[in-house]
Design a protein around this ligand. Structure first.
Ligand SMILES: [Cu+2]
Length: 253
């Protein structure tokens, strides 16, 4: 190779890298996410649900999120279905989410609870809409999640189901006219969205990383396991609707 070509090649490679990084960055910001998306086990975390765009050009007027309850959730370990309980990997899942009251984005909000009164999600809505070209963020806190020391779990990734609502409709209208943006796992619920549409089967992830210093992997584990948890369709159908003062306001009943 001629010496003069080398710097040019390096500059070209750097340019390609910058362009690629730029695209990845834009892509990552294009969807509704939890920030931070990953938390170390044993540590409480201050988080936001970050709403990044409207439904088409329609501004977001509310948001609803459901975390897998770990009761009838689907568990996959290193890509293989797992039929045992979540406690095999996480010892204290349930009621780890708490919502901060904050009316800076929407005027109303509340948590959602399961039959055991555990918080399984939250919603916020009403008041002013989020302009479709701006971001909005809903603050919440997660208490320390603990990974079962006897397990081989290195990461446990929860797929939460979230929706951004731009138009209030009944369940029949949620897929039409840019009414709703879906950030849901396609588990067969009424809130799967339409195959092929924007972010289909692209849930909001929240990952717990094992603290390998204080909770090292048992020697027999090798490289450890990646565990992922999805809510059941029944849970998403039950917990996604928004109840306001005891009445379901979305989807319209
Ligand atoms: Cu998006």
């Amino acid at each position: 190779m001629q010496p003069i070509l080398l710097p040019r090649l390096i500059i070209q490679s750097i340019l390609v890298l910058i362009i690629l990084t730029g695209f990845t960055h834009q892509y990552a910001q294009a969807h509704t996410v939890i920030e931070p998306p990953q938390v170390t086990e044993g540590q409480k975390s201050e988080n936001y649900l970050v709403i990044t765009h409207g439904c088409g050009d329609n501004p977001v007027i509310g948001s609803s999120i459901v975390f897998p309850d770990g009761v009838d959730s689907t568990i996959v370990v290193n890509g293989n279905p797992y039929t045992g309980p979540l406690t095999d990997f996480v010892t204290n899942w349930g009621n780890v989410v708490q919502l901060y009251q904050d009316r800076s984005v929407f005027s109303e909000q509340d948590v959602k609870r399961d039959a055991n009164s555990n918080v399984v999600g939250f919603w916020a809505g009403g008041g002013r809409a989020i302009a479709s070209h701006l971001y909005g963020r809903i603050p919440f806190v997660t208490s320390a999640v603990l990974i079962n020391p006897e397990s081989c779990a290195k990461t446990v990734r929860f797929a939460a189901a979230a929706v951004d609502i731009c138009k209030i409709t009944g369940i029949d209208g949620i897929n039409g006219e840019n009414s709703v943006s879906f950030w849901t796992p396609a588990v067969g619920s009424k809130y799967d969205g339409t195959p092929g549409s924007h972010a289909y089967d692209f849930p909001v992830f929240f990952t717990i990383n094992r603290d390998l210093q204080t909770n090292p992997l048992p020697e027999s584990c090798g490289a450890g396991q990646q565990v992922s948890v999805r809510p059941s369709a029944a849970q998403v159908d039950r917990d996604m609707p928004i109840q306001f003062n005891g009445t379901q306001v979305w989807p319209q009943p």
